[in-house]
Design a protein around this ligand. Structure first.
Ligand SMILES: Cc1cc2nc3c(=O)[nH]c(=O)nc-3n(C[C@H](O)[C@H](O)[C@H](O)COP(=O)(O)O)c2cc1C
Length: 484
């Protein structure tokens, strides 16, 4: 265990996780939905209605495919499932703030644990090699009506290795099929996987790559977490689960991948061949970014368990099946970053669903000094994970619940004055997915809104007109029928 905290809830095998989800009453199997748009549409319509109360969906008996070759959506898409996946007690999962605190407490105990290389593993149950590789044998969905193709990698983990430092990175980056053994991936500028990949390609070398298409919860969380450059992500996933992650080394690249994965592709990114990738319905809520030439990935090995499960995610206009967890994980990441920057008295943060999990962020602080609110807002606007395509950062006092959009807007309307309290930053980090970026200069701007009571008026600001907790308690006790 290497000093790490043992954890009864964390999952490094998707099948154990599914059993726990089923026991909690949140698993629904759907038979007969077609891979071509129907699976994606069923998921979207359900999540639009039920938001983060929708079950995990397991699509089986996909027309044209063997029974047992399944697609999964919404792995971590409810508070209960996210708690299970992250190794915190699911019993507390109804209270977002408490859940974030519990997770933060847990993460403080983390110690990265290097993976353990094994040679026998469930993922080695089936291996297709070279000319036998045919990715269309899996029920790869067209997730949205106007997608440019079938996307095999959505809730996936793309594994690469830095050629200079040897650091292994795992990132969730979309992967499209371009042929039976050819794929392309969109990795946004500045992402660690992109930086690593481009180091090989710029030297005219092919880049080794592994794509974990059916991924376990611990590795998936590591993949989508923006970790500091020096932290090896499989070690971090091990820390998350409290034990070394068993990994297999790929036959052709030697890259490690989790031994209990469901479906893994291994191959090389070409330095001199490209193919059209996209468009894809994205997190912004648009088919933004259009189709673009991306380096081709040649797949030489496909490893899969019997009856493999493809883990999937289709972003679109909020809400969608992975938005709750996205906001939660990014909120935790922002707290890590603010704490790491040594900023005092940050009392809470929330990356809001309405901002598609990136563009609207609230941070609550206990003000301690002149300029504290701006300091927090400016730092929050630049650190991971908000540094990338952030837009609106609102800093509020600690009597405001940052997870409550009504509370935040009330504070903006009563404790900030646009002329004085809005700070605009220009030429900040954006993406070609940003709907407000119209050319190849991938900058945006962002605004930090100081919606805290001006520090010089903290003692003479008007009092909030709201029943005191004492009187509220008294009337609840006195008139119980009213509050039934
Ligand atoms: C479901 C899902 C899909 C994602 N798709 C992409 C993508 O296609 N391209 C991309 O650059 N980032 C994508 N991301 C965001 C990255 O996974 C995320 O920023 C992650 O931290 C990147 O890892 P890195 O910090 O190791 O680069 C996606 C995230 C999720 C949760």
């Amino acid at each position: 265990m290497d000093g790490a905290m043992a954890n009864q809830y964390v999952q490094t095998d998707l099948r154990d996780f599914l059993a726990a989800v089923e026991a909690g009453g949140e698993l629904k199997t759907v038979a007969g939905a077609h891979w071509d748009k129907e699976i994606g549409a069923v998921t979207e319509v359900l999540y639009r209605e039920k938001v983060d109360r929708a079950p995990l969906l397991l699509f089986d008996e996909v027309p044209g495919y063997e029974k047992g070759f399944r697609c999964l959506y919404g792995m971590l898409g409810s508070p209960f499932r996210l708690a299970l996946g992250m190794g915190i007690d699911p019993a507390g999962s109804d209270d977002r703030r408490a859940m974030l605190d519990a997770y933060r407490e847990r993460i403080k105990q983390y110690k990265p644990i290097p993976p353990n290389v094994v040679t026998e593993a469930p993922i080695l149950e089936n291996i297709d090699r070279d000319d036998d590789v045919d990715l269309t044998k899996f029920p790869v969905p067209v997730h949205h009506e106007k997608d440019g193709g079938r996307y095999i990698g959505t809730a996936c983990g793309v594994i690469t290795k830095d050629p200079d430092t040897g650091r292994v990175n795992v990132g969730t980056y979309r992967v499209m099929l371009n042929g039976k053994n050819i794929a392309t991936s969109y990795i946004s500028n500045g992402k660690q996987g992109r930086i690593q990949r481009d180091k090989y390609l710029k030297d005219g070398k092919r880049c080794p790559m592994v794509i974990v298409v059916g991924i376990d919860p611990a590795t998936y969380i590591a993949a989508r977490y923006t970790l500091a450059d020096h932290i090896p992500e499989l070690d971090w996933a091990g820390g998350l689960s409290g034990a070394p992650l068993d990994v297999v080394e790929g036959e052709v690249t030697g890259l490690p991948f989790p031994a209990r994965s469901e479906l893994v592709l291994e191959g090389w990114v070409s330095p001199d061949e490209t193919a059209l990738e996209g468009p894809f319905g994205e997190w912004t809520g648009y088919y933004a970014g259009a189709a673009k030439e991306e380096p081709v990935i040649h797949i030489e090995r496909v490893y899969y368990r019997n009856d493999p499960i493809l883990t999937c995610a289709a972003s679109q206009k909020p809400p969608h099946s992975h938005l709750f967890e996205r906001c939660f994980i990014r909120s935790a990441g922002l707290l890590d970053s603010l704490e790491g920057a040594g900023i005092p008295d940050v009392k809470g943060v929330w990356v809001h669903q309405a901002g598609a999990g990136r563009t609207f962020v609230a941070v609550a602080i206990k003000q301690r000094y002149f300029g504290h609110a701006n300091q927090v807002g400016l730092v929050a606007s630049q650190v991971n994970p908000i540094g990338y395509v952030g837009r609106y950062i609102v800093v509020v006092d600690d009597d405001i619940d940052p997870t409550d959009i009504n509370d935040v807007i009330w504070a903006m309307g009563t404790r900030s004055d646009p002329k004085r309290d809005f700070t605009i930053l220009d030429r900040t980090w954006s993406s070609r997915l940003d709907t407000m970026v119209f050319d190849d200069k991938l900058y945006n701007s962002r605004v930090v809104i100081d919606a805290c009571i001006p520090y010089e008026h903290i003692d003479d600001f008007p009092e909030v007109a709201m029943t005191s907790p004492e009187l509220a308690k008294e009337v609840r006790t006195k008139f119980p029928d009213v509050f039934d």
